[in-house]
Design a protein around this ligand. Structure first.
Ligand code: GAL
Ligand code: ZN
Length: 682
């Protein structure tokens, strides 16, 4: 059933009224109204205002702002302020402080200086979340609630305080039952690390979180213990988040979520984290000066909850910056395009970070929509233009959705395992998954990004990049999928380890040699001086390119070799294979490929699966997102180039933004976009 007028997407900004006096707030709200936005996100760092002294709650500073915004058509997302425990709390309970991998407690004076497992902090967090929800739960101007801010960000997802240490020991005990079992499954006999009891176990010091230093600059700790520590910390953060979720939900039905850090933090398994939240939300700061905006994080976001997502923080521009240097300003048109692109890619809510440049604090002078003097300039006007286009696109986007035929699978165990024991200096699991996504996009093929647990049956082609850790159940599901007629492409490292992060004493790909019809022989990383040419049989000819990251040699055992090493001592040895299995086909790619060759291979794979491409050709630098509207295709076309681009249409379309028919050559200005609907619109 088509949705009706009035169901608007939410577009707005983060805003910090706790920094301001009444006159400034009045000035800002007038500007927001002029922007034409309908959302503000507030409160996430303001615990000292919400509860200036223990048990004394104060909402008088925020209530009138919410009211004034609401009267101007702008609803608020109220955040719980737990990213910043106030000075009085830290003074009274210094034991709540976060302890990093060097054993150093993070003192008051920054943010996120708390341990998510500490029972005292959990209780204070529950109480403030409850107070916020009790006060705002049925305020009509409040749209939704955000829990905390970027859990685990800035190296705060792997606490090693005494509470965490003991809890980790108990967690291991619950998982393994006896220390003998832990010793066996973790292979602690290696380097004589056998434990006598759980109390001897320390959380590993070598963290894999971004923004934390290696405490020992090497990889000497037990990889099974390290993977369990990742899982334990991820679960602990989720537990912490859900304490607040339950406190809020006791008072309101309004959507409640938290802001993930996209693919960046890698400290929390977002597939699990968002099971109890209403919508997947994340923060994204793409480069708006050069290149294309990657829609890979958006595809990942759609896959977390199988629906639309929110962007609670989105890039606003350049200037000074928080991360050790300034940030480039957007290319003209890029900010407007970025906002519309995010909605086309599946966002239902976008809030730029943030409205107006701060004079003080760690983020003083940083990027914002409006400069410090409060005078609107081009970023403001671009946002205003985006808001106008979004009002026009609203219903078309609300009533359309993605129906992709290809899925790229993404998994946190494999991601963590590959960080714990990297295979090559330049290899990054998430980036590697993105390479498949991007080359498919270049072919005009829409892609979903989903977890290993997701149903595979609806996809014609499934791609599993570097699935280093696979459960036996997952292997069976992959076989079933291909047996029933699916087309599968897996790469090197398939099934190398079990869920305990132990190597399996079988031929690689472990448990899957029948599915792929090959055995893996030698393996090694690829360094610049050893990169080899790979020759691919495209089905109609030959293509050649260089390899990267990792190299495996394939011993055919029923499969056809469609790619071989060329021109080095491995001349003629297999590296890409194709195998018939039941009604389907399983491809194995034993190395990384440079972009054009990967694209050529993927073309062969999607053709095998009968995947539909675009009906028109698009130049490089132009992305097309295909959505379904009333069983028709809606083509959302974005020209990321600094030059105009043209698309030669094969038929007439309805141009949704202009409200007119378009035929022949469709022109896109630099950083322009076009929404074309097939039919059924008059
Ligand atoms: C995010 C954070 C924001 C702000 C922003 C600056 O990670 O959630 O509060 O600090 O970075 O880029
Ligand atoms: Zn702790």
């Amino acid at each position: 059933m088509l949705k009706e007028e009035g169901m608007k997407m939410k577009y707005g900004v983060s805003y910090y009224p706790e920094h301001k006096d009444q006159a400034e707030i009045g000035h800002d709200i007038a500007l927001m109204k002029e922007l034409g936005v309908n959302l503000a996100r507030m409160g996430e760092f303001a615990w000292c205002k919400f509860e200036p002294r223990e048990g004394e709650y104060d909402f008088a500073w925020l209530d009138p702002v919410i009211e004034q915004l609401g009267e101007n058509g702008i609803q608020t997302i109220v955040c719980t302020p737990t990213a910043c425990p106030p000075a009085w709390l830290v003074e009274k309970h210094p034991e709540i402080l976060y302890v990093d991998n060097r054993g150093v407690a993070r003192p008051f004076g920054g943010r996120r200086h708390y341990c998510y497992n500490n029972p005292v902090y959990r209780e204070y967090s529950r109480r403030i979340a409850e107070a916020v929800a009790a006060h705002y739960g049925d305020n009509p101007y409040v749209y939704a609630f955000q829990i905390d801010n970027e859990l685990a960000q800035e190296g705060t997802g792997r606490c090693r305080c005494p509470v965490c240490r003991e809890k980790f020991q108990r967690w291991l005990e619950a998982k393994y039952g006896t220390i003998t079992e832990l010793n066996r499954r973790m292979g602690t006999i290696f380097w004589g690390q056998v434990y006598d009891h759980f109390g001897q176990i320390h959380p590993p010091v070598n963290t894999i979180e971004p923004n934390t230093a290696q405490a020992i600059p090497a990889y000497f700790e037990n990889p099974s213990l390290r993977l369990d520590f990742e899982r334990f910390c991820s679960e602990s953060n989720i537990e912490y988040q859900n304490i607040q979720r339950d406190a809020i939900k006791a008072y309101t039905d309004k959507p409640t979520t938290t802001n993930a850090t996209g693919l960046a933090t890698n400290s929390i398994d977002y597939y699990r984290a968002f099971q109890n939240l209403d919508v997947y939300a994340f923060d994204y700061y793409p480069n708006l000066r050069e290149g294309m905006i990657s829609s890979f994080p958006y595809a990942h976001a759609r896959g977390v909850c199988n629906k639309d997502f929110w962007l609670l923080e989105f890039v606003s521009g350049g200037g000074h910056g928080l991360w050790g240097s300034g940030r480039l300003q957007p290319y003209p048109g890029a900010l407007r395009q970025a906002a519309v692109h995010a909605f086309a890619a599946g966002a239902d809510l976008v809030a730029h970070f943030q409205f107006r440049t701060f004079p003080f604090g760690a983020e003083q002078l940083n990027y914002a929509i409006v400069d410090i003097d409060g005078i609107p300039r081009r970023r403001f006007y671009e946002m205003q233009a985006a808001a106008k286009d979004l009002r026009q696109l609203g219903l078309t986007l609300k009533n359309s959705y993605f129906e992709n035929e290809v899925a790229v699978l993404f998994d946190y165990d494999s991601l963590w395992a590959l960080k714990i024991k990297p295979i090559a200096k330049d290899f990054d699991y998430a980036h590697f998954c993105g390479e498949f996504y991007h080359q498919l996009t270049r072919l005009g093929v829409g892609v979903d990004v989903i977890s290993f647990d997701h149903d595979l049956d609806k996809y014609k082609v499934v791609i599993v990049p570097a699935p280093m850790i696979m459960s036996e159940a997952f292997k069976r599901r992959l076989k079933q999928y291909v047996y029933n007629g699916g087309v599968l492409l897996s790469t090197f490292l398939a099934g190398v380890k079990n869920l305990d992060n132990l190597g399996i004493t079988e031929s690689l790909p472990c448990g899957l040699t029948d599915l792929f019809g090959i055995r893996v022989g030698e393996v090694e990383p690829v360094v610049e001086s050893t990169a080899a040419a790979v020759t691919l049989d495209t089905g109609t000819g030959c293509a050649r390119g260089m390899n990267r990251y990792w190299a495996e040699t394939l011993e055919p055992n029923g499969a056809e070799l469609i790619g071989t090493y060329t021109g080095n001592f491995r001349e003629g040895i297999g590296v890409i294979s194709k195998n018939s299995y039941g009604k389907g086909t399983a491809y194995y790619l034993g190395t990384g490929l440079e972009p054009d060759l990967l694209k050529t291979l993927l073309k062969r794979v999607v053709e095998e699966g009968g995947v539909a491409g675009l009906p028109f050709a698009v130049p490089e630098g132009v992305e097309v997102l295909v959505r379904k509207y009333n069983h028709q295709n809606l083509y959302c076309i974005f020209n990321f180039c600094k030059e105009p681009a043209a698309v030669e249409l094969e038929r007439a379309y309805h141009d949704v933004l202009r409200g007119a028919a378009v035929d022949g050559l469709a022109e896109l200005p630099p950083k322009g976009y076009l929404f074309l609907l097939e039919e059924g619109w008059d």
